[in-house]
Design a protein around this ligand. Structure first.
Ligand SMILES: CC(C)(COP(=O)(O)OP(=O)(O)OC[C@H]1O[C@@H](n2cnc3c(N)ncnc32)[C@H](O)[C@@H]1OP(=O)(O)O)[C@@H](O)C(=O)NCCC(=O)NCCS
Length: 371
């Protein structure tokens, strides 16, 4: 029997990430996401996902150096960014720029595991530069050269805003990047693995993943959430707004999940961050509205908030433009995509499922003049 949307179908063996939807647990390479969110850094998590264990100090130093020294974009790619239409969506820009970058990669068409790992490192380093530069270019701001002494989170905020960010903003973004880094066979990762399994290159597989993440049922949901919060704009009005939407059988963005039947463990951290950032800014509107919405949706539909619900208010309070929310998800998920693509390549078999044919049979061709 066909399972619509491949629900609960196991399509790969993987040692990267485990999602326990009943217990609400998320594990990267054996480590609970709560432990990583509280104690780790995004750079450490990248190492963990790619190489299977937490790094020693020297291993982390080496990866950090590789990541930080590869942030610059080739000049033709920067020139191309300047030529894109200013209304281009940041996810379109990211998808297109990544595709272009493949033509400038020094490893060329070498798709061995070591070369693919180097390509992943360059992509991981260049994703934030593309996103920040695009926002500067479309708004007529000067481009800041990346700073090698800053972490991925701090350097991204620096390139985006033109000034070194404060510790709270950097830490908040770093935790958000850890939380979004991997999630087993989510749609974009699956797309990336399907592409990789044809033995295409790292860039092609990542382009497939970016295009898949863009959809509102996947990474695009966080942007829809903040648009909804802005539309409501007042915690007092949140309950009535949600009740009306649910009565009209509309989907509430940022709620529900294919795998989690309980709270998404990532939402827990983002909810706390949303509350803390609100207090710090002395504007708790976004957090209060979110809480109100969460209660009504749970009472009426039994649905829990997912990772996209509270990340929306967190990014908004960090002063990040709304249409960069999904690209930030992509910056983080690039780490998980690469881990999965490398895992696929290390034990590859073409992914080629079957379809249950439901169309007509035995029709006879009729000439166009007689149809
Ligand atoms: C994540 C999502 C795509 C999972 O989809 P899925 O596993 O295919 O689940 P379905 O869309 O089939 O939903 C199952 C039921 O729950 C309801 N439901 C699921 N998510 C809902 C939501 N966000 N708002 C309202 N109802 C929802 C559906 O209407 C459906 O009800 P029905 O059986 O009465 O028709 C879905 O929950 C969704 O669209 N959420 C909003 C988008 C979002 O936040 N995406 C980010 C995911 S991290």
């Amino acid at each position: 029997m066909v399972k619509a949307g491949l629900e609960d179908i196991v399509a790969a063996e993987s040692s990267i990430c485990d999602v326990d939807g009943t217990a609400g647990r998320l594990i990267y390479r054996g480590y609970d996401i709560h432990d990583l969110a509280e104690n780790s850094t995004f750079e450490e998590v990248i190492y963990l996902l790619w190489f299977g264990q937490l790094p020693t100090k020297s291993e982390l130093d080496k990866l950090t150096k590789d990541l930080n020294s590869n942030r610059a974009l080739p000049k033709p790619v920067i020139d191309a960014l300047h030529n894109y239409p200013k209304k281009a969506l940041p996810m379109e820009v990211l998808r297109t720029a990544v595709s272009m970058l493949s033509m400038y990669d020094p490893d060329g068409d070498d798709n061995s595991i070591p070369a693919s790992t180097r390509k992943a490192t360059r992509l991981m380093a260049q994703f934030p530069t593309i996103v920040a530069y695009w926002d500067c270019i479309r708004n007529g701001r000067d481009l800041k050269a990346p700073k090698e002494d800053l972490t991925i989170a701090a350097n991204f905020l620096y390139m985006l805003k033109g000034e070194t960010p404060d510790e709270v903003s950097t830490k908040s973004l770093d935790i958000a990047l850890i939380l979004h880094a991997d999630h087993e066979l989510n749609a974009s990762t699956f797309a990336g693995r399907v592409a990789a399994a044809t033995l295409t290159d790292m860039y092609s597989a990542v382009v497939a993943a970016i295009g898949t993440l863009k959809g509102p049922l996947h990474g695009g949901a966080n942007q829809e959430v903040i648009k909804m919060l802005i539309e409501i704009n007042d915690p007092e009005k949140a309950k009535a707004y949600v009740e009306k939407k649910l009565a009209e059988h509309q989907k509430m963005m940022g709620f529900g999940h294919r795998v989690y039947k309980t709270e998404d463990p990532r939402a827990h951290h983002l909810r706390i961050m949303s509350e803390e950032l609100g207090k710090r800014l002395k504007d708790e509107r976004w957090y209060k509205m979110s809480r109100e919405i969460e209660e009504v949706v749970f009472k009426q539909k039994g649905l829990y908030a997912n990772v996209d619900f509270y990340s929306a208010s967190v990014y908004y309070m960090l002063g990040i433009p709304i249409d960069l929310f999904t690209p930030i998800f992509a910056i983080s998920r690039m780490s998980g995509w690469a881990a999965h693509i490398l895992e696929q390549l290390s034990n590859n078999r073409l992914i080629r499922p079957r379809a249950d044919y439901t169309g007509a049979r035995n029709l006879k061709y009729a000439a166009i003049t007689s149809r």
